[in-house]
Design a protein around this ligand. Sequence first.
Ligand code: GRG
Length: 298
Amino acid sequence: MEIESYLKEKKRLIDSFMEDHFSNLKIHPARLKSAMVYSLMAGGKRIRPILCLASYEACGGGRLDDIVHYASALEFIHTYSLIHDDLPSMDNDDLRRGKPTNHKVFGEAMAILAGDALLTEAFYLLSSNLKSGANIAPKSICKIISEVAFASGACGMVGGQAEDILSEDLTPDPKTLSFIHSKKTGVLLTVSVRMGGIIANCQQGELNSLTEYGRNIGLGFQVIDDILNVEGDSKKLGKPVGSDKRKKKMTYPSLYGLKKSREKAEEVLCGAIEALKSFDKKADPLRKIALYLLNRNN
Ligand code: GRG
């Protein structure tokens, strides 16, 4: 299957689960629910849940429908991080996924609460056996909850975001840049890949290879994101380009230039494919996702 069709099919599965989930959820006040659904369903590539589904398949997992709620939890956490990242007290952005940012539509207080509620709802999804057919070992469920919590919190994404904010205006240096990239973006992508392996009950050797793949994907994804912020098309990206430079953010192009940044992205995304050498063709979607991320324009 072509990677574009694969991504489209998996995105449909994830979107349909998320729509159903919210249509069954009674949230009062309705404005909070609207704010949550607004950002969650505003588009987005769904790359984190898709990576989880693809690594589950690579490890011989069963029906994707049985585990789609675990995968979707990653999108809830990612969306919360985008809502909070766009707030006036953080990046103060007006446009996200081609639409006005959450606080522009619902106000700052509701945007903060929508983010909080999405983060909390993610852990409800991870800890609730919503699709009992999957028969996932309780030990694996505890492991994914613990890993996702660690990756999202102070030692992961929140820590990376804090360093990113504290480093604005500072002279770029490789150590700080690497810390920000790995924590802010890398760890959630890595845990997305590991999650699929853990729920498929994979062997430790396979999990090590998936982790190596995830680390490379995480870095490659962020380097490409930095490049797109310089030379991307704002219509395709759904947000303005050039914002990193305006905000004096530490990025790959600001430290190494565009040419070296692209070479780095190629090197690490090829490294991601290399990490899967012991896997059979069931891991082809993961391999193709690495190439897709290298050539993405949004
Ligand atoms: C506020 C705790 C907290 C964390 C924010 C994720 C993040 C940390 C900030 C977002 C800012 C940013 C542009 C980060 C670079 C990488 C990234 C996460 C890009 C957006 O992810 P995509 O490309 O977006 O997967 P879509 O819209 O496709 O889901």
